[in-house]
Design a protein around this ligand. Sequence first.
Ligand code: ADP
Ligand code: ASP
Ligand code: MG
Length: 412
Amino acid sequence: MPVLVMKFGGTSVADLARIRNAAEKVKREVERGYDVIVVVSAMSGKTNELVGWVEQTSPLFDAREYDAVVSSGENVTAGLMALTLQEMDVPARSWQGWQVPLKTSSAHSAARIEAIPRANIDQKFAEGMKVAVVAGFQGISSEGRITTLGRGGSDTTAVAFAAAFDAVRCDIYTDVDGVYTTDPRIEDKARKLDRIAFEEMLELASLGAKVLQTRSVELAMRYKVKLRVLSSFEDTDENSGTLVCDEEDIVEQNVVSGVAYSRDEAKMTLISVADRPGIAAAIFGPLAKAGVNVDMIVQNISEEGRTDMTFSCPVNQVARAREAMNKTKDAGEVNFRELVADTDVAKVSVVGIGMRSHAGVASTMFDALAAEGINIRVITTSEIKISVLIDRKYMELAVQALHDAFGLENAA
Ligand code: ADP
Ligand code: ASP
Ligand code: MG
């Protein structure tokens, strides 16, 4: 039988009625002749609640215990989904990550999938089971401990299963009916895209568009998984939603395809560090070791052998970054006067493959922000994106201004 993977996110399994609604969609696919692997998230809000409990208990928590706690939300929905399907006379069974076993690295809270042996699930399909319900977001390390794949990781579980089982498609059911030119929650003129190229989706995801986890897009690209995003609240068919596909499969290419934002950024500046060879390594090595995800980096002009080094990181990693830097200072490895943290910034980015061949995107972007009186703190660019760090209070305004400036309300 051909295998189809269907993933339901938190809002799609938020209560028993929604689980039933999702189960009906699954049943329809079983009736079309598929063996279905369903990947579920925790009920919406659940993972945040669990993370909150961990942080309240232990601010600089042991990541192994964080994973033990935060993975539990998916166990509940997997079992409930299997039960709901059974009540509908669909033969179904649930699997937690360790039961598959979905093997991962030991990088707790950000583990990478290493292998998904098929034997257990294949055997059940051979015995007549029609639906394997898999708890998303979680796996098991070679030390035998539960791991999680990073926030939004159920998307990655789904794509990894689609690759491992040669699925005909991986359908990501969520609370929007596809991938939009920007988050439809903050720009009502946002347009749904019928298709988006893997590379653009990869950038949008990594720059904050949480509709797909970045790693899921990477995996889909690498293993040629047919990946689709669609609504769990509407009637859908083979043409619904947004298909994430190769660049060559898109006829009309926009210069800019989308605007992404990331709200929870912090800008950190090390004031007056020695400007000498090895200083960047001495700063960013310990930060990486402490698990700080450094994003943008700017080294300011040097004066009398000293300089300021600015970097950005997620706002919830400021304490970790500070601790790591104070340790290197105490150890005499990096000498700085002060570490200043600005925790009220956001990152806004424009993304588009067309940027490779069109000049002028940066100036359009900076003009649009200037016209709104928005000050740019840091800029970074790559071949197909431009990102700026700005005051968080202007984030929505910036997204809307850029959406307008690039004419995205007419995108298709
Ligand atoms: P799920 O719980 O189903 O995984 P998420 O909340 O993780 O859903 O992702 C869906 C959300 O992503 C949407 O509700 C929307 O607010 C947000 N989003 C951000 N950027 C985009 C975009 N470009 N297109 C569609 N949705 C987006
Ligand atoms: N429940 C996890 C989270 O909220 C994983 C997911 O939903 O994809 O991040
Ligand atoms: Mg998600």
